[in-house]
Design a protein around this ligand. Structure first.
Ligand SMILES: *[C@@H]1O[C@H](CO)[C@@H](O)[C@H](O)[C@H]1NC(C)=O
Ligand SMILES: *[C@@H]1O[C@H](CO)[C@@H](O)[C@H](O)[C@H]1NC(C)=O
Ligand SMILES: *[C@@H]1O[C@H](CO)[C@@H](O)[C@H](O)[C@H]1NC(C)=O
Ligand SMILES: *[C@@H]1O[C@H](CO)[C@@H](O)[C@H](O)[C@H]1NC(C)=O
Length: 703
């Protein structure tokens, strides 16, 4: 009798478990979004000299799609790009809706940029952000729109019954605060609650099918993807993208980078004041520390910038990427023990609202006066210290961080563009306005006024998708606020993840205290001193509404500006080649023999890589001889070990060469190798034609 009862209880428990186990449908997907690798400026450092000259790693977009038992679904994308723009998200949603109807929409799709500063720009559709790229670049926009759409489509097509796990771990030696003097402005009691002046926690969502096969892992960690500095001219996904390639290599053995079913992603978070250059800022000529308040070096001591931990930026990218990947792997390897990972259960929800920031009216409790103070957003404007740049990439002019006094020369330039009103000047205090971007309308918006605010909820894990770069403390306050609001309105304890640079880009957000210091991040807090307070208000309200199943007003739509885009970039005119050669001709053959750690170089007469982006393909392959008639592809243009550098040899006649570089890593198998280049050239009378070239074979020996 007792046994029988026991059986029934067990059966019941199993039934509950299995219904829990199939509570979600999960899917992951990846697609290539590599833009034009040459002749287009990179997005991030706003450095006019940082024009693409080739490819180091391809850039990818990675998605997960989850659905609960009731059919509530959401899609999250992390893309190897500087940040997301709303014009681009709108295009992705349009393509999704053409395929799936209203299953996907503005509310349940979140697209976040990893913040690499090494990918071509021209996709943001706001003049200030596209100005250093010489305007809008249709080719960048198109490959990103299609790739992001495709990764969500692939995730959707891959959906299976599965489970989701949450885990987290602490990673030291990955990041430092690049504005520590600003951070110190935050109240001492608040700082005392935290051990570090940057967040060190890596948070992971793991997706498995019902047989516990690993499908994907998405990891959030707060660090700028700026291990590659502003002298780099090869397209790169930087430390976050390299970490993803390492993670994917582990679970997609024998696959080329960017291929294979397992999807591993590293996503941006509250990284506003967080640098990966952990050796810290130094004066480039003297090696002395820079001034802590202004990040400036005395005359003759050179520029102030941070670097490390490697000997050069490539090695630094590898080290930081490896540390991130190791952190994610340590969580995945614990799968059997299930020590830190816990299963996520509960329903899926999302909420979204557009907010017109300059016209936001709210109030905040002032503990000094014990009254509610009115808070208002300001018209977008950038302060002086914005032009100083950061210690990850100093600015071009003699601006200093921490500037709170203005200069008539720059005011003249500024007023020539468009003057701020008295109200703007007052609103932004103590920020001296360098660019009154909110007042500029020619030829279209310079910076957004309407931003996207979005919260995604998977069981008790909440992802706050924010439209900018929050600093460390700004992010901590927001997480605490959301957690408290979720608890108050829904009675559940939640884990809150901040997904940075999502859906639209509106520069930085610092705490009101950090704003007073007016370093770069504060100068780039475009809606004024109350920006953060307003977000706290919005996200509290949205969290409560989401927990209570209430709907909120959708808010005003950002303007549609696709048809007024300005572009000063010229397309490819035509390609030519010197007499006696042809496209694909090998101008410089590799040597006959190489050893481990040697560098192979081969140069081909080429067309302009912009003729064809070879999306999901490759401009070249390194092939190893298996037998007389079989060669196996061992590296592509997406591999870390290879680089592609394009040289324009005659502008008038359209001659160019492609140099392929392969650093033979210690893991390389000895044997015979050759390099193949595939390209397209543009004929002077029109039309584009494919060509190919192949080097002699060469030998790699064991030492
Ligand atoms: C960038 O890194 C390279 C080393 O890879 C270094 O030589 C150069 O000085 C750095 N420049 C800046 C501005 O950080
Ligand atoms: C906020 O207040 C200002 C000034 O009182 C007003 O012009 C604006 O329309 C208000 N905005 C909203 C969204 O109510
Ligand atoms: C909200 O809806 C979910 C299901 O969609 C339900 O489980 C939950 O109880 C509702 N919560 C409130 C506060 O109404
Ligand atoms: C290759 O370089 C690595 C790292 O510098 C080194 O540890 C290794 O010994 C080198 N191998 C050979 C065969 O030179």
């Amino acid at each position: 009798m007792a046994n029988w009862k026991y059986c029934l209880v067990t059966l019941f428990a199993l039934g509950t478990l299995s219904s829990l186990a199939s509570a979600y449908k999960v899917g992951v997907g990846r697609a290539d979004i590599t833009g034009p690798s040459v002749e287009i400026n990179f997005m991030g450092y706003a450095n006019i000299k940082q024009v693409g000259r080739g490819l180091h790693t391809r850039t990818f977009a990675r998605a997960f799609v989850v659905e609960d038992e009731k059919g509530n679904r959401l899609a999250f994308v992390s893309a190897d790009c500087g940040m997301m723009g709303y014009g681009l998200k709108r295009e992705v949603v349009k393509r999704l809706q053409a395929r799936y109807g209203n299953i996907y929409n503005t509310e349940n799709v979140a697209i976040s940029g990893t913040h690499t500063h090494g990918a071509p720009g021209g996709f943001l559709m706001h003049l200030l952000y596209d100005i250093s790229i010489l305007g809008f670049v249709p080719q960048t926009f198109e490959v990103m729109a299609q790739g992001i759409y495709l990764c969500i489509k692939r995730a959707t097509d891959n959906m299976v019954d599965g489970r989701i796990y949450f885990s987290k771990t602490v990673l030291l030696n990955v990041n430092i605060n690049r504005s520590p003097s600003s951070y110190l402005r935050n109240p001492e009691e608040e700082r005392a609650q935290y051990e570090h002046d940057t967040d060190k926690t890596l948070a992971q969502l793991r997706f498995v099918d019902n047989e516990n096969n690993l499908l994907g892992a998405f990891n959030w960690y707060a660090v700028h993807a700026t291990s590659m500095n502003n002298t780099n001219k090869l397209v790169t996904s930087d430390n976050m993208g390299y970490a993803a390639l390492l993670l994917e290599k582990e679970y997609n053995p024998n696959k080329m980078p960017g291929k294979g079913k397992f999807v591993g992603s590293f996503c941006s978070s509250n990284l506003g004041d967080v640098s990966p250059n952990i050796m810290g800022p130094k004066c480039s000529l003297s090696g002395n520390d820079c001034d802590i308040l202004t990040s400036h070096c005395p005359a003759g001591e050179g520029e102030c910038f941070a670097s490390g931990p490697g000997r050069d930026m490539f090695e630094s990218t590898q080290i930081i990427g490896q540390r991130l990947a190791d952190g994610a792997l340590s969580l995945l390897n614990e799968q059997s023990q299930e020590s830190t990972a816990r299963e996520v259960t509960g329903d899926i929800r999302f909420i979204h609202q557009f907010v017109d920031m300059p016209n936001y009216n709210g109030s905040t409790y002032n503990p000094l006066t014990r009254k509610l103070d009115k808070i208002r957003g300001c018209q977008p404007a950038m302060g002086y210290s914005f032009a100083a740049g950061t210690t990850d990439g100093p600015g071009a002019f003699s601006f200093e961080q921490g500037t709170t006094t203005d200069n008539p020369m720059w005011n003249f330039v500024r007023d020539f563009i468009v003057p701020p009103t008295q109200e703007d000047i007052k609103c932004h205090e103590p920020k001296p306005i360098l660019l009154a971007t909110g007042r500029a309308t020619f030829p279209y918006e310079w910076q957004p006024k309407i931003v996207s605010n979005q919260i995604l909820k998977i069981g008790d894990v909440i992802i706050a998708a924010i439209p900018c770069e929050f600093t460390t403390m700004a992010g901590r306050r927001l997480r605490n606020q959301i957690r408290a609001a979720a608890s108050a309105a829904g009675g559940i304890d939640t884990e809150v993840i901040i997904a940075g640079l999502t859906n639209i880009y509106s520069s930085y957000t610092v705490t009101p205290e950090e704003y007073q210091a007016q370093r770069y991040e504060a100068a780039s807090t475009i809606f004024g001193p109350h920006t953060h307070t307003i977000y706290m208000d919005i996200y509290e309200h949205l969290t409560k509404a989401m927990m209570r199943n209430e709907t909120v007003d959708a808010g005003p739509s950002p303007p549609y500006m696709n048809d007024v885009m300005l572009s000063l970039n010229t397309g490819v005119l035509f390609d030519g080649h010197p007499i006696g050669t042809d496209f694909g001709y090998v101008k410089t053959q590799p040597k006959k023999q190489y050893g481990i750690n040697d560098t192979v170089r081969a140069t081909f007469i080429s067309g302009n890589p912009r003729n064809n982006l070879f999306t999901e393909k490759t401009y070249f392959t390194v092939e190893r001889k298996i037998n007389e008639d079989r060669w196996k592809i061992t590296y592509t243009d997406a591999s870390w070990d290879t680089r592609m550098i394009w040289h324009r040899t005659n502008t008038i006649l359209g001659f160019s060469e492609l140099e392929i570089v392969w650093n033979i890593s210690p893991q390389t198998l000895p044997g015979d190798y050759r390099i193949r280049h595939s390209g397209e050239y543009k004929y002077i009378l029109g039309g584009k034609y494919p060509y190919e070239g192949l080097t002699h074979s060469f030998t790699v020996t064991e030492d």
